[in-house]
Design a binder for this molecule. Structure first.
Ligand SMILES: [Zn+2]
Length: 335
């Protein structure tokens, strides 16, 4: 599923493209998608889309006006197979991947360069007040209708949304239970739960928001830390290494998505542009590369499997020459 760098790149591009636009209609063809009923999704009709940003792996579409009781936020969770995309063409009635559809006219007068620096030129994601002024419409031209579409691939309907007045946002447990952001300025990690494994803790959204199974493998490899070590066993220098790896890995991926360049995997990438591809090309070095040589020391990368999870690690530079024995792992991986 998309994690912090993918979601951050997505919201920056979408925000620059639609901010200031008018929502002409809002629908949820995925019947089980919306988890709130008041205000109804339809209250977004006629509202101004004031910005798109994120908190952890949640996408936040901000709006005001229309039938809304006040400034409100559509919170979207993509789960494992959802994507938020912008289309010039409206979805057909038979598009079974659509979960939420927002039809938007206008907006997006922000320069494309703004997407790469963030609203107001600030690279940080934690600036909900700095969304910038709504775009100014060009008189005499009617902007085409575009569709912001939450799509979900596969058979499961798991992606969901909540429309909440901003006054209720902080109290909603979706947001209130999230830990601090893993990027750009994570905490010093001395508060990681001591009995948990590193990989379990750093991808627990209540501990740190934004990391999932993909980037946890990359970060722990970068930090040369064994994924199943207990958090409480880390000394100060190791915690610092982990924190640095987190900032570098997540920030490095975002930078590649927005600006292009040569990734740590040696592949050249062009900057992402709308419409976003269904599958972003992730610049990975170890995750899902089981059997490949470790980019650091050439040792064959190993994996531990648990249900649909796969943890990849290097038995030389991460676990000190000792491969994990499979028997005790399912219990630990569950952590
Ligand atoms: Zn290695």
């Amino acid at each position: 599923m998309p994690e912090l760098p993918e979601i951050e790149a997505t919201v920056r591009l979408l925000d620059a493209a639609v901010r200031g636009g008018t929502i002409e209609s809002a629908m949820a063809p995925g019947l089980a998608t919306m988890r709130t009923f008041s205000p109804p999704l339809d209250a977004l009709k006629g509202a101004t889309l004031t910005g798109i940003d994120r908190r952890g792996k949640l996408l936040l579409v901000h709006a005001e006006g229309g039938g809304l009781p006040g400034p409100s936020t559509l919170v979207l969770h993509l789960m494992s197979a959802g994507r938020l995309q912008l289309y010039e063409k409206l979805a057909g009635p038979r598009d079974r991947t659509s979960r939420v559809l927002l039809r938007i006219r206008g907006g997006g007068a922000a320069s494309p360069a703004e997407a790469t620096t963030g609203p107001g030129g600030d690279a940080g994601p934690e600036a909900p007040d700095a969304l910038g002024a709504p775009a100014i419409a060009v008189p005499g031209t009617e902007a085409p209708l575009r569709e912001l579409r939450l799509r979900e691939f596969g058979t499961k309907q798991a992606a969901w949304g909540k429309l909440l007045p901003d006054a209720e946002l902080a109290d909603d447990d979706t947001l209130s239970t999230l830990g601090p952001e893993a990027w750009p300025d994570p905490p010093d990690l001395s508060d990681l739960p001591p009995r948990r494994t590193l990989r379990g803790a750093i991808r627990d959204q209540r501990v740190l928001a934004g990391i999932g199974r993909t980037w946890s493998d990359e970060i722990l490899w970068q930090a040369q830390l064994a994924p199943l070590r207990r958090c409480g066993d880390l000394d100060h220098a190791e915690r610092e290494r982990l924190r640095t790896a987190m900032v570098e890995k997540l920030g490095g991926a975002l930078d590649l998505y927005l600006h292009g360049g040569t990734g740590p995997d040696g592949k050249r990438r062009t900057p992402l542009a709308l419409p976003l591809p269904d599958k972003l090309p992730l610049p990975l070095q170890v995750h899902r590369r089981t059997g490949d040589p470790c980019p650091r020391d050439g040792t064959t990368l190993l994996a531990v499997h648990y249900e649909d999870d796969e943890m990849t690690y290097c038995p030389t530079c991460q676990t000190g020459g000792k491969p994990y024995k499979d028997r005790r792992l399912s219990r630990l991986l569950k952590d």
